[in-house]
Design a protein around this ligand. Sequence first.
Ligand SMILES: [Ca+2]
Length: 569
Amino acid sequence: MTSRWASLTAWALLTTYVLCLECNVAAFEAALETLELEGFSSLSVVYASIILAGGSSFDPSPEYPINATNLPELCAVKFNVKSSETTSYNWAVLFPDRETWNGRLMTTGNGGFGGGINVSLITFVLETVTDCWQYPDMGEYTHYGFASVSTDTGHLSDIGDSSWALNNPESIIDWSYRALHGSVTLAKQIVPAYYRNNETTASRVEFSYYTGCATGGRQGLRSLQLYPDDFDGVLAGDAAWQTTNLQSWSTWMPLQNYPPDAPYHIPESLFNSVTARITSLCDSQDGIVDSIIQDSARCSIDYASLLCSCRTTNRTACLTKPQLATLKRMLSPYTINGEIIFPGLPLGSDPSLLASEGNPIGYGYFQNFLYNDTSYNFTLYTNDDYIAAVTSDPGRATAKDFDITSFKEGGGKILMYHGYADPLIPAGLSIQYVTNTLSTMGIDESQLSSFLRLFVIPGMGHCVSNTPTQPGAPWYIAAASQIAGIAGRLTGINNITHSVPGYMDARHDSVMALVKWVEKGVPPDELVATKFVNDTAPVVESQRTVCPWPKVARYTGGDLKAAHNWVCD
Ligand SMILES: [Ca+2]
C-alpha cells in the first residue's frame, strides 16, 4: 500500500470513527493513527468484536475457568504491544455501549505467576467461537458501566507456573509492572476515542480505578508507587506486595514439615483438625461463640493443650511434641537472627496448603526468577536464598516504595482488604504494608486514613470464601475475583453478575466504596461483608460490619447475623 493510499484509507476510516467508532479491527487501527501514542509504535489490534447482550463464555482457561455470564452488550478488543526486543504483552478492553459507559476505567489484575487477560486463553477463543469470551472480572465491571481493562502481563500460564520467566528478565519486568502500566496508559487514550462521536464529546476518562487480589493486589500497590497518575483509586486485596520475602517464606514453610516420614511431620488431615481446635479455642475469646475469630491477634492459646496425652480422647486432633514444634514454627513469624522476615499465619489459618509439599509459587521463584536453574527445589532452601532474593528483587516486583506522597497528593485513595484466615498470604502482610507506610511517610493513623484504609475480614480465606473452619463468616464485598473465584480452585460467589444483590451501595460493595471515596471524598468508615446461603445469591445468610484496621467490629446485642449489631470502635 502506498503511503498516499494509506493516508486516504485512514482518513476514510477516521471519518467513520468520528461519527461512531465501529467495533472492528480496521476501525480501531484507524483510530490509533489519530492518537499520539508515544513509546507504543508497535501497538497492534489483534481482535475486535461485538458480544451480544446475555453473552456468556466457556473457554477453558488455566486460571479463570469460570464463565462470565449474562454480559451486557459490549465491544471486546484485544491489543498487542511489543515491550522489548524479545517480548510483548496482550491487553484487552471490554467497552460497554455508549449509553452504559460511566466515564470510568476499571483495570483488573492477575494472580500468582499466572498470565492471561484476567485470565483467558483468548487465542483459543478466537479460533473456535466469536461471541463468547471469558473475562470474569472484566465482564463483572462492565455491568457497573466501567470500560474494563486487563493484561496478560506478557505471558500465558497458570498461577503456579513461572517457567516463562526462565532466562527471561524482560518478561519478568512485564509481569512486574510494565504491561499493566502500558495497558492503562493506552486505554486512557483509546477508551474515550471509542466513545467519542457527534453526540458524545467525552475526551478523556474521568476516573481510573484498579482492582486485584494476591498478585493482583501487589500489581495495584506497585503501580501507584511507580506511576502515581495511572489510577485514582486502588482496591488491593490480600496483597502479595513483598515478593522477595513472600517467595522465601513460601519456600521455607514446606521445609519445616519435611520429609513426610520425619517424627515432626504433620499430615494434612491433622493440620485441618488441629486448626479446627485452635479456632474453637479462639472463638469465645472475642466474647461471642459463633465459630468466627473476630481478632486473631487478641487470641492466645496454650499450645500444650494441643498435645496428645493418655487422657486425650480425640487422637486425630492432637500433636506429639515434635509436631507441636512444627506447628508453632509455621504459625510464628519467619525470623533470621532475630529479625522478622515475614509474618506468621494468624491463629485460625490452616498451614496445610503450604506444608504438605513444595509450593511452586515459592520455589518456582528461585528456579525461574532468581537462579535460572530448574534443578533447584524447596529442599535446598537456606536463609542465603532469602538474602539473594532481597539483593536481586527480579523485575523490581516488590512494592516497597512506601512513600506514596505523589499518589496521595494527586487525590488517590487505596482501599486494602485481607482475609484474616488467608492460608497463603498472612493478613499480617497487609498490616505490615500499612505500618511501613506510616513509618516511611512519618504520618499518624489519622493522616493515613485520609488516603489508605485496610479492612481485615474475620474468617475469610484467600481473596474469596470462608476458611472451612469458620464457615459462617460473612466475606463477600464484591471485590476482585470474588465472583469468579481464584483459579476456580476456591469457592467464588454464584448467581451474581456484579455488586451485592439487594445491597448495591458503598457500604456493601467495596468497588462502590472506593468510587465514593475518590469522587465524593467520603471515606469508608466501615464496610459490610455478606454471606449468602451456599454462597449463592440472593438469599442472605448473615452480614457483619468490618472495620478499618486497627479497629475491630464489636457486637452490641441483638441478631448476630445483622450488620447493624456490630460497630467499629
Ligand atoms: Ca467468636
